[in-house]
Design a protein around this ligand. Structure first.
Ligand SMILES: [Zn+2]
Length: 131
């Protein structure tokens, strides 16, 4: 169950960040970026987050997960960009094809395995003006 350790790492990083940059109000949402190559159960991640965040200053904050497409670079022809998706009947997931769409050689993944916090939404009842 690696969702648990992922959630723990995210929470540790966030709490440390908040110690140095105290938010003006309650953290309502935590925006995440998840690479499409990172296989995880969103349900398990949310559940782990809910349990781990309990008792911390971000208890009850909702995870907002944005999926980031895979980007790859081809060492053979220099192609850089998204790779195609292989979809087969009976498969439940689209599996990113890591072959170069231009020349068919094997590519190096540039992004797509990350899970990172990219922003926070903070409730501030005392401040209703938009930022
Ligand atoms: Zn290529």
């Amino acid at each position: 169950m690696h969702e648990y350790s992922l959630a723990q790492a995210l929470l540790d990083g966030l709490l440390e960040h908040l110690r140095n940059h105290p938010p003006p109000g309650r953290v309502a949402k935590v925006h995440l970026r998840q690479g499409e190559l990172l296989v995880l159960s969103e349900w398990a991640l949310r559940e782990a987050w809910r349990i781990l965040a309990e008792g911390t200053e971000v208890a009850g904050a909702e995870l907002v997960i944005e999926k980031v497409p895979v980007r790859a670079r081809c060492p053979s022809c220099g192609y850089e960009g998204p790779v195609g998706y292989l979809k087969d009947e009976g498969w439940h997931f689209a599996v990113p094809v890591l072959a170069c769409p231009r020349c068919g050689e094997r590519t190096e993944v540039l992004s797509g395995r990350e899970l990172a916090i990219v922003g926070l939404s903070v409730d501030d009842p005392a401040e209703s003006a938009p930022v």
